[in-house]
Design a protein around this ligand. Structure first.
Ligand SMILES: [Zn+2]
Length: 221
């Protein structure tokens, strides 16, 4: 408990920042970081400004939890991401406006801008719809995240991951900006897309310097 206090505070700080950045409102969205054999996650149904360190919930990989609060209803996809993706140490889930606008149309973010490669590949996929909190939603999200660090969730929102909480937060901001740029471009016509070769080259360049430099600091479990 004592050792995890700084991690708990960093989750609360990130949740408050997410709201200030306009990426999330009220009790929607949730944030976690890998911790020991499981992870620490925001509690269910509490606005970030009211969350105290002791409200952050410890969840084990079998889904059992410790703490006075219930974990976020989306703990399943957080758990499955940590189980299936050793490269991920933090997960940010939110409902930002432009991601939601695309997600309700079941639209992915295609390679209309080279920064799409920040999410790890040529596009940012949109996972099919399933009810919040279900294993089906987690399964769809895991499939949409193969080879990617972020995805949209149909009729719902977005997931961004990172090797650190700072990295996941930066990517969440980036994905919403990309969703906005794509949405705005769609008002004028059909955007030109970059080739698979060009996107592969940008992914490689990001992997070899920018991303690592940016993500090698911040809170780690
Ligand atoms: Zn949600």
């Amino acid at each position: 408990m004592i050792r995890s206090t700084s991690h708990r505070l960093s989750i609360i700080d990130a949740a408050v920042r997410l709201e200030k950045l306009g990426l999330n409102k009220g009790t929607a969205g949730n944030i976690s970081i890998r911790w020991n054999e499981g992870f620490l996650i925001t509690p269910s149904g509490m606005p970030p400004s009211r969350v105290h360190p002791e409200d952050i919930v410890v969840v084990e990989m079998d889904g059992s939890s410790q703490g006075s609060r219930k974990p976020s209803s989306e703990w399943r996809f957080h758990r499955d991401i940590y189980a299936g993706r050793p490269d991920v140490n933090a997960v940010v889930h939110c409902h930002p406006s432009f991601c939601v606008a695309l997600a309700v149309l079941h639209k992915e973010i295609p390679p209309y801008h080279y920064m799409v490669a920040k999410a790890g590949g040529r596009d940012i996929r949109c996972a099919p719809y399933a009810s919040f909190g279900t294993q089906a939603l987690s399964d769809y999200a895991m499939a949409a995240l193969v080879g990617r660090k972020a995805c949209l969730l149909a009729n719902h929102g977005m997931i961004a991951t990172g090797t650190s909480l700072d990295g996941a937060m930066s990517l969440a901001v980036e994905v919403e900006e990309l969703a906005e740029g794509y949405w705005r471009a769609l008002q004028l016509g059909e955007p030109f897309l970059l080739s698979d070769e060009e996107m592969a080259s940008v992914v490689e360049r990001f992997a070899s310097y920018g991303e690592n430099a940016q993500e090698n600091h911040g809170d780690r479990a």
